[in-house]
Design a protein around this ligand. Structure first.
Ligand SMILES: Nc1ncnc2c1ncn2[C@@H]1O[C@H](COP(=O)(O)OP(=O)(O)OP(=O)(O)O)[C@@H](O)[C@H]1O
Length: 316
């Protein structure tokens, strides 16, 4: 449904994205995740026909975004990062204006506006001036205009940015509900957001896609360390040193309370719990806790974007 093929975009001499390729299948909800400046908006602007790539091709529904931009715009509902709303208009007036711009048939406009107002729960504010609405409601108005004409594809650029926690929950729920019917590409720099909403995540950093997978597979496939939490009763100093010398241990980080609680990073797949338990007892300490903890997607993201991928690693 959405295809990016070797997209590269230069701003002057700066390559904002380099050789970005991916596909989003019909009905998929895919997260496009990356830190600020990674190239998310640049990719999205190409896919939504706002600018051409320097090289490469983008297609939606089989239509080239550059050559068939009018047709592409008809099948894509786009929520830009900052929604260009007309603050002095009422919600209904703005949606009427947007519907006309999107060439919704005159006799269908009222019904279509009622539909998107209902989907985005805007009834209460439909006659209010947009400039007087909360940021959360303004974002819903942006989403409502993207839904006009019921486009099969939705491209949402940082849809929850600047919202308060309550508004974030509501917008995420709304996007999840839209997911059943629409193909959605959603950009975000918030990991829990994409993990919660999306079936698949593409991670972009410094203009290149560095990983693509489901949130849970990403966690298990890409983690470079496993993590144990341990708590002992007694002087921890000698233990910390002995743990650091164990084969398979990468790092020991003492906790704040006199070091008796610590985190141990180990090689993935190395289950050192029995060995560590013996070591603790052998040092005459009481073992109060020893358990493996899963690395969160957040931890993995930090690993991915802070380390250059090595030559041996697959860069899917
Ligand atoms: N119009 C522009 N002219 C010059 N450089 C730009 C322009 N737009 C973006 N860039 C640069 O291109 C790179 C990618 O920016 P882009 O906005 O695509 O990233 P992003 O992942 O969407 O980041 P953010 O979350 O901060 O919006 C950045 O280095 C940015 O400074």
């Amino acid at each position: 449904m959405i295809e990016a093929e070797g997209l590269t975009k230069f701003y002057g001499s700066l390559p904002a994205i380099r050789d970005v390729s991916f596909q989003v299948e019909k009905g998929e909800v895919v997260g496009f995740l990356g830190p600020n400046g990674a190239g998310k908006s640049t990719t999205i602007r190409i896919l939504t026909c706002y600018m051409p790539p320097t090289t490469g091709a983008a297609r939606v529904n089989g239509l080239d975004c550059f050559e068939k931009s009018l047709e592409v715009r008809r099948v894509v509902g786009y929520l830009p990062e900052s929604v260009p709303l007309y603050g002095e208009m009422t919600v209904t007036r703005f949606l009427r204006f947007a519907a006309a711009a999107k060439k919704v048939e005159a006799r269908a406009i009222k019904k279509e506006i009622d539909r998107v107002v209902d989907v985005c729960a805007l009834e209460k504010v439909s006659n209010r001036i947009i400039g007087h609405l909360s940021k959360g409601y303004r974002q819903r108005v942006g989403l409502a205009q993207a839904l006009l004409n019921n486009p099969p594809v939705l491209v949402l650029d940082e849809p929850t940015i600047g919202l308060d926690p309550g508004q974030i929950i509501e917008i995420r729920k709304l996007i999840q509900e839209l997911g059943g019917e629409h193909t959605i590409l959603l950009s975000s720099h918030i990991l829990p957001e994409v993990a919660q909403i999306c079936q698949r995540v593409m991670i972009i950093n410094k203009g290149q896609i560095i990983a693509t997978d489901s949130p849970s597979n990403l966690t298990s496939r890409l983690q470079k360390t496993a993590r144990l939490v341990i708590e002992v009763n007694g002087p921890a100093e000698p233990l910390i040193q002995a743990l650091g010398e164990l084969k398979g241990v990468q790092k020991v980080t003492p906790g704040q309370e006199n070091g008796a609680r610590m985190t141990i990073e180990t090689d993935p797949g190395a289950d050192l719990r029995a060995e560590i338990a013996r070591l603790v007892i052998g040092k005459g300490l009481d073992l109060l806790e020893l358990r493996a903890v899963d690395l969160s997607l957040e931890d993995i993201f930090v690993q991915l974007v802070t380390e250059e991928p090595s030559q041996e690693e697959p860069q899917s």
